[in-house]
Design a protein around this ligand. Sequence first.
Ligand code: ATP
Length: 310
Amino acid sequence: MSEIITIQNFGKSYGKIRAVEGLTLAINSGELFGLIGPDGAGKTTTMRTLCTLLPLEEGQMQLAGFEVRRDVAAIRSILGYMPQRFSLYPDLSVEQNLLFFADLFGVSAAEKKKRLPQLYHFSKLEPFKNRLAKQLSGGMKQKLALSCTLIHTPKILILDEPTTGVDPVSRREFWQILQQLRDDGVTILVSTPYMDEALLCNRVAFMHKGKVLALDDPRLITKHFPHTLYEVATPAPQLLVPYFKTAHACESVQIFGDRLHVSFAAPLADAMLKSVVQSAPQPVIEMRQIAPGIEDTFMALMKNRISPQP
Ligand code: ATP
């Protein structure tokens, strides 16, 4: 598989704030690649620089063989970018928005005629084509924004948190569209704060404080979890957090729904496990070793600031 987006040693500062530090990444043609990380990790800065909207000051970036520093027009012609707050025209209808963006990108009349039905087909927006954009639901607005981004048939799609604040059903539909686009050969770089979405990517990079902490197939990324994880079932998880933090040499304690996830540097011997359960100040129904999930892994990597994996 050939690399279509390459980033070498990218760095960016805003005054004294170091937003991205020595980022090196290669994304393959036809890949659905996720950038995962908390607010302020440097995802938007990386994406906006790739899209030629921020100047590239440190490092190198290439898209489909074009240099970000030099080939601005060529890159913009093959790229679709959907920013966090994509500006639809609220007083234009769905179709008028699509036609507006088609004109903006210089899409010919013949191409428009072909493209609109395709975009309606996958977005399922045709029944709403005369509805004003401001009257669409959140999920429909995001689908229209994506359709506007796709109007000029870009080879590469860069999406910055496209489903943040969107309801779960619309999020699922949106990701079905992304997977369909990937299957049609579009390369997609998408950022998301949702771990369930990370699992739908071919590969993900965990970003934190401007650095990549781990990069892998999302189904394999849990191998980067550095400790041994236990799940604790207890009626009041929050009441046991201080116990694990102070009474035992645990590495981390997180509340996961109605359970606690507690990690230790190494597996606990049976006698030790029994003692941990018996001396707890609140009842422990069960404490058992479990395989870490993607969220456990990300939290652990953030806490430990583990260096980038090969
Ligand atoms: P978010 O999802 O919140 O946008 P992010 O991972 O996309 O987060 P960036 O927006 O790239 O991260 O921000 C990285 C760092 O750079 C943060 O500390 C942020 O406060 C800072 N930053 C971003 N843009 C600017 C700016 N224009 N001026 C100053 N600092 C900035």
